[in-house]
Ligand binder design. Structure first.
Ligand code: ATP
Length: 514
């Protein structure tokens, strides 16, 4: 099925709810905007993604260690990091629909529409020229495409200039010039653009007057920066070395939408790699490649990934790129790789008055390391996996099946153990086999309904193998193993089941390919 299906996101949301992956938060009270709960299958998939990330970072690298810092941090942290003054989104309201938008997103959506027109031209030409079609040449020479591209470049330039100068009026002028209309009301009746800080704040302490205002961390990275020296000294780490962390982050997003793509409470998997100044770009390139490899090995389809190099760099970065994924709403940021210079450590040194430097014995001097970071949203990765996995199939007999082709190493359950019938000692034998497997794998027993329906239920949650116990099992200790993707069934000895599951479903299998 085409992953650009405009209904795909709706289908994924409905499926995720029906099969215990993701529920709207506090649903009995009609939910809370842009907040979601992970259900019994969702939590397993999420844990597996997290484990794959963690092991690939910490276990596979001698010089990377993990930490788990608190969500609350001293409020000065966020002064130093720039979040108090600059973690803003430019928002704009449509006066007719009362809907609020991020001004930059309105402009980017407009650009995406023009890009869509280029894609259409390409599709049309490809049809017309057939096998002789040379896409690169067409893109470089077609008059209409060139015009669209010029238009996009001009808009980008204006947008970047306006943002670089924090010129809110210029941003509004651009929205008006492009005649961007509100998708809800269709009108162009806009308010001025205003800045809106994305951090959630709360009070620490119970005594009125004593309570101090603190923030819920908007990124996990700062917990790593403030612990840089603790880890370096206690672990006797030498440059280059990395600190990895997985944890919740909170952002009061203006437009939280598109399911778990943009939430107000989400989880990040971040790794900060501390290097000698001057070596950062070498490591930046290396991490771009390593992180792309981490994705590639999952087999979600290389065509679903692309790099987006930032031209408009944040003031603290000297190189930055996103790994974008082809989500149901198009290519969007999944992960960021940033060369952040010494911006964070230098700022914390300044605000805390504590030295945050590395003593380099080879050079016999101390300096503030530079940082290359990789930062991926766990929830966005979850959505990427669901997007690639969700498959509607028409079988040779004309029937339909819905299967989640989740990479087996990430699948919530590794196998279902199914007695063919609920009698003749088959349930007992099945439980015996289940008992053998459950110490190593997340397996499930199911005896309800006809076997075909049970297979479909497992397909729908992405279980890679179904192990069926029938009368022959009692005689010769063999079972049938059904493969989720091919639906082929093979007969193997009970003892082989464990070997198959180990070989085909262990995260180790992914790690070995990195
Ligand atoms: P965006 O431009 O989409 O808002 P960002 O550039 O602000 O993202 P970063 O600050 O680089 O994102 O955060 C690193 C990663 O955290 C992102 O690549 C994304 O996967 C994830 N992330 C950021 N904001 C959210 C959110 N509101 N909900 C879910 N994941 C998020």
């Amino acid at each position: 099925m085409a992953k650009t299906d405009s209904n795909l996101l709706k289908k994924i949301i409905a499926h995720a709810k029906e099969y215990g992956f993701i529920f709207p938060s506090s649903e009995i009270y009609d939910g809370l905007a842009a907040t979601y709960d992970y259900g019994q299958n969702g939590v397993e998939l999420k844990n597996n993604i997290r484990t794959y990330w963690w092991q690939s970072m910490v276990q596979l690298h001698e010089n990377i260690v993990g930490i788990d810092a608190a969500i609350f941090m001293h409020p000065t942290t966020w002064k130093a990091s720039g979040h108090v003054d600059a973690f803003n989104d430019p928002l704009i309201d449509n006066k007719d629909s009362q809907k609020r938008y991020r001004a930059d997103v309105l402009i980017e959506d407009h650009i995406a529409k023009i890009e869509g027109k280029i894609d259409k031209e390409v599709a049309r030409a490809a049809k017309r020229f057939g096998d002789a079609f040379d896409k690169e040449q067409f893109l470089a020479t077609n008059g209409r495409v060139l015009q669209y591209r010029e238009k996009i470049a001009a808009i980008n330039k204006k947008m970047q200039t306006a943002f670089a100068a924090a010129d809110l009026q210029a941003i509004k002028d651009l929205i008006e010039e492009l005649e961007i209309a509100c998708p809800v009301s269709g009108s162009r009746n806009w308010t001025d653009v205003r800045q809106f800080n994305l951090m959630f704040s709360t009070d620490l302490g119970s005594v009125a007057g004593d309570a101090s205002n603190i923030y819920l961390r908007p990124e996990t990275a700062q917990g790593i920066f403030v612990n840089f020296l603790n880890v370096q000294k206690s672990g006797r780490m030498k440059l280059p070395f990395g600190i990895a962390q997985v944890g919740k982050a909170f952002r009061n997003e203006i437009i939280a939408r598109q399911f778990i793509f943009r939430m107000r409470e989400f989880e990040q998997m971040e790794m900060q790699y501390f290097v000698k100044p001057g070596e950062e770009l070498k490591f930046y390139e290396a991490w771009k490649e390593k992180r792309y490899n981490w994705h590639r090995v999952l087999g979600l389809g290389e065509e679903n990934y692309r790099f987006h190099d930032h031209l408009n760099l944040a003031h603290y970065a000297n190189a930055a790129a996103d790994i974008e994924f082809n989500f149901p709403m198009g290519f969007k940021e999944l992960e960021g790789i940033h060369s952040r210079t010494d911006f964070d450590l230098a700022a914390h040194e300044q605000y805390s008055g504590k030295k945050l430097q590395f003593f380099d014995p080879r050079e016999n001097k101390s300096y503030i390391p530079y940082v290359v970071e990789t930062s991926i949203g766990l929830d966005r990765m979850f959505l990427a996996v669901l997007t690639a996995a969700y498959t509607e199939e028409t079988l040779p007999d004309g029937s339909e099946r819905l299967v989640l082709k989740i990479p087996p190493a990430l699948a919530p359950l590794k196998a279902a153990v199914l007695p063919l019938v609920k009698k003749d000692g088959l349930p007992e034998k099945s439980r015996e086999i289940l008992h053998e497997l459950k110490y190593d794998f997340n397996v499930q027993y199911d005896e309800k309904d006809a076997i075909g329906r049970r297979y479909r239920r497992q397909d729908a949650i992405g279980t890679p193998y179904c192990i069926t116990i029938d009368h022959q099992t009692l005689e010769d200790d063999t079972v049938t193993v059904r493969n989720r993707d091919t639906m082929e069934q093979i007969r193997v000895g009970v003892s082989e089941v464990k070997t198959t599951l180990e070989k085909e479903t262990a995260i180790t299998g992914l790690l070995r390919q990195l």
